[in-house]
Design a protein around this ligand. Sequence first.
Ligand SMILES: N[C@@H](CCC(=O)N[C@@H](CS)C(=O)NCC(=O)O)C(=O)O
Length: 283
Amino acid sequence: MIKSNEITVGYWSTKGLGSVCRQMVIYANIPLKAKIYKLEAILNNGETIYDGSSWHEENKTELKKSNSLINLPYIELLDLNGDNFIISQSNACLMYLAREFNMLGQNEIEVSQCEQLLFETVDLRNIITSFAYTHYENTNKENLAAKDVLNRAFDNNNSGKMQKFEHWIQNHKHANTNFLVNNISVADFNLFDVLDFYIEFLKHYEFLNNSNDEDLFSELGYPHIGSFYVKFKQLPQMQKYFNSILYQLPYTNKSANFGSGIKGNSWDPNTQKDETPEEIIIK
Ligand SMILES: N[C@@H](CCC(=O)N[C@@H](CS)C(=O)NCC(=O)O)C(=O)O
């Protein structure tokens, strides 16, 4: 149980695997301290090298004394005994927050549904993340790989990933909410965050011309996902997040080919400077 009056979420200056932890803390109306580590992209004789020492050589060594599994993201808080408690592994962080904030279903069946849905959203994220961090020999190969991601995620047959959520939402319509189970759960946050990432992908690779984010999923044949996305974005408790600098951060880190720079492009060390503050407090 949490005693702290704030929760720290440590992660890189990106959304990545840290964003959903940040969102859940904000939604729960607990003050958030987002500790930001920067991967520096340094130009060296025409090549870009990456320096993560702000994490690896500073805080990581210190935090490892409390939790030898330490990694990014991590969450840090005071437990009921007033002891410092540090958790890493993104899914363990998400499950902890979900249990604390009552965002993991109301009974055994819903808990199991939330777990399945969460891990399904993790699979959906893994497809786009592994693509984003792969560097291709040329644009042709990159576009072919992007088409493959599109197919794996959006194919409207039993192997496509999105149709699973489309049918889930269709089959589990709840009277007053648009959540995946009766009440908001960790799976809703992860699904929203991954959908947001896919929107950047669809636009960047010009798989759609519609510039209206709200209609993209319907246009691809997924109206229930489209409605889920729109309603999640309108949640009053989420507005603090959407209006914060945290929502402006890139999806991937600077070493990624996709999603680390502006509008899905790669990070450009010649023209871009990472000015994200080292600490972002959201009360
Ligand atoms: N399975 C782990 C993967 C963690 C991971 O690979 N973290 C990356 C960022 S996404 C990192 O840079 N970790 C810092 C480190 O290795 O110390 C999780 O889900 O948390």
